[in-house]
Design a protein around this ligand. Sequence first.
Ligand SMILES: Cc1cc2nc3c(=O)[nH]c(=O)nc-3n(C[C@H](O)[C@H](O)[C@H](O)COP(=O)(O)OP(=O)(O)OC[C@H]3O[C@@H](n4cnc5c(N)ncnc54)[C@H](O)[C@@H]3O)c2cc1C
Length: 380
Amino acid sequence: MLDFSFTDEQEELRRVLREFAQKELSPRYAEWDRTGTFPREPWRRLGELGVTGLTVSEAYGGAGLGPVEAGIAAEEIARGDFNCAYAVVLGGLVGGILERHGSDVVREKYLVPMARGTRVVGIAVTEAEAGSDVAAIRTRAEPTGAGVRVFGEKTGISLAMAGDAFVVLARTPGEGERPGFSAWLVPADAPGFSRQPFDDAGNRPIGRGTLFFDGVDLGPEYRLGADGEGLRIILASFDLSRVLIALQCLGAAAASLDETREWVGRRRAFGRALADFEAVSFRLARHYATLETLRWYCYRALWLRQEGRPHTVEAAVCKWLAPRAAFEAIHDALLLHGQYGYTKDLPFEQRLRDVMGLEIGDGTREVQELIVARHLLGRR
Ligand SMILES: Cc1cc2nc3c(=O)[nH]c(=O)nc-3n(C[C@H](O)[C@H](O)[C@H](O)COP(=O)(O)OP(=O)(O)OC[C@H]3O[C@@H](n4cnc5c(N)ncnc54)[C@H](O)[C@@H]3O)c2cc1C
């Protein structure tokens, strides 16, 4: 049987989140960008709605829903406020890591409040000399007997200033010549931890920055998963976040197309509505076709995940194609609004800046192409 329909519960989730995003988030989308303010109070409201812990089990304060519901939430929240949709992506990415690999201490102190929207947990992998080439990281977790002491620097990290804790990938002494990798939960109030903000083009309410680990002592209860498993744990978690990011970008593009459809029906030039010119209507039709195709491909990837089937390649395709397609659709939406579109009174320039960031974050297009090519050609 092949069934492309959403259940009644999923449709209801979509309706509730769309209404919430339109009423509560969209009116302040620009304000949080201009002031660079992390929307902590709305984040709590998202927590009450179950959005910050959508895929986290109810036992840990989450909604206990599946990847398809997370996709719906990413799309709908991003329609109203692209940046607030980070709550969905991080809830899935970090929430999944903490639930599957965290100790009881970590789950109680960080996962539960994160799922409820009262604490924010980021993920820190990238370093100045190691971005796409994750295995080149140098941050190290040195054994002390009682636990580890972390030294190093992570850079370009989302929520750098707002985060209460971070999942951190580090090197640990391994077997023989080869060091291993381990993942740790580092609280932002731990002695030896400090941070510095970036001044980014977009995603400004989320904020990125550099994290410094100057001998941060952690007990074994802060390790996530087994020693040596850190890289595998983190790379596997991208299979969900990449699809959610794709839907986040598609949500912002869909909102832009809706607004543009309405505008071209109203705006007149040369005695006719803009919608009556095929150069205009075909442009919108082309974006609609591309975005819809990608959207359904994303839901297929999430369905594969729900069924417990491999979806690394599908996730890479989503992350490769959707942010770019969304950027192009928003760009045309801006242009079709003429000179008004270029003002900061309309949301297009901000959406462009925001979506562009996620053409890079969570792996660039080239990295996704690498994943797909290796799979196609059977290379490692
Ligand atoms: C908005 C945003 C949010 C982010 N959030 C986080 C976060 O929360 N946590 C975190 O750890 N990191 C985060 N990052 C960092 C992001 O993951 C890295 O920037 C990304 O992985 C690329 O690494 P890099 O910047 O070092 O670029 P590089 O790896 O130096 O790449 C530079 C360019 O070269 C290309 N390239 C590299 N290798 C190859 C190759 N083999 N073949 C072809 N082309 C190649 C890349 O695609 C890219 O275009 C974020 C970045 C952004 C922009």
